[in-house]
Design a protein around this ligand. Structure first.
Ligand SMILES: Cc1cc2nc3c(=O)[nH]c(=O)nc-3n(C[C@H](O)[C@H](O)[C@H](O)COP(=O)(O)O)c2cc1C
Length: 222
């Protein structure tokens, strides 16, 4: 499989892990993304763990303009719904001026994506074969745990190759309409995430503001 010559940015594992941001305002909407590159990111994604080694991960990759526009239109409607709920990204109080300023920047970026999703050259839906909605907690976590690490690997692989992605779940407010655009049978399949994929405008991304590790570690017991 022939990949473009400038595919590998040569980032270290540490760089890839700490600078893979949700890219929204720096997506290059004009530059097409070769299908071979998207396939290569899926190849990497498939190396992620999966419960009982069952390989339940599936990807719907949409490049067709009309379908992208239809998916993005549903996303926009869903995003309006999301803006009304208390956990809307722009309504979350992070407790300090520095953290709130960062939160508001991210919120502006998320609003921008909702307006511009259709312009991304590819939209990727990460799915898992199964629908354990009313099942025990282990069934749900195992199913989601069998697709989310893979999707994150896809995003890390994309970053290493000069592509930007952004994890989104808002379209699940309109799950059936989202599924209908691409024919996903949601009585059998769980949609875990939707991401735009595009080359990034520039490749210099930085680690983001995050809590100090000691804020989240519970040594020995909760
Ligand atoms: C489960 C999950 C759902 C998310 N849903 C959305 C979404 O619907 N729309 C969006 O713009 N970003 C979404 N995000 C991206 C987060 O806003 C983003 O990861 C967070 O603000 C941190 O920014 P960073 O990824 O650039 O470090 C989601 C992230 C996760 C993990």
């Amino acid at each position: 499989m022939a990949l473009p010559a400038d595919t590998d940015l040569g980032l270290s594992a540490e760089d890839v892990l700490t600078t893979t941001r949700s890219v929204r305002k720096r997506l290059d909407f004009e530059r097409p993304v070769p299908k071979e590159l998207l396939t290569d990111c899926v190849r990497v994604a498939l190396q992620a763990p999966s419960g009982s080694n069952r390989w339940l991960m599936q990807f719907v990759i949409v490049t067709d303009r009309e379908r992208r526009e239809a998916l993005a239109a549903v996303y926009r409607e869903a995003y309006e719904q999301y803006r009304q709920i208390p956990t809307y990204i722009g309504a979350v109080d992070k407790g300090t001026p520095e953290r709130n300023a960062s939160q508001q920047r991210t919120s502006g970026s998320a609003d921008y994506l909702a307006e511009n999703m259709h312009r991304a050259p590819a939209l990727v839906l990460a799915c898992a074969m199964g629908r354990p909605d009313n099942g025990p907690s282990i069934a749900k976590t195992t199913l989601l745990g069998s697709v989310m690490p893979g999707m994150w690997s896809f995003m890390l692989a994309a970053r290493a190759r000069g592509l930007g992605t952004a994890w989104t779940s808002v379209s699940l407010f309109r799950e059936q309409e989202t599924a209908d655009v691409v024919g996903i049978p949601i009585d059998e399949v769980t949609i875990a995430a939707l991401s735009p994929v595009a080359y990034t405008l520039g490749t210099d991304f930085r680690p983001a503001l995050r809590p100090d590790p000691e804020e989240v570690i519970h040594w020995e017991q909760w």
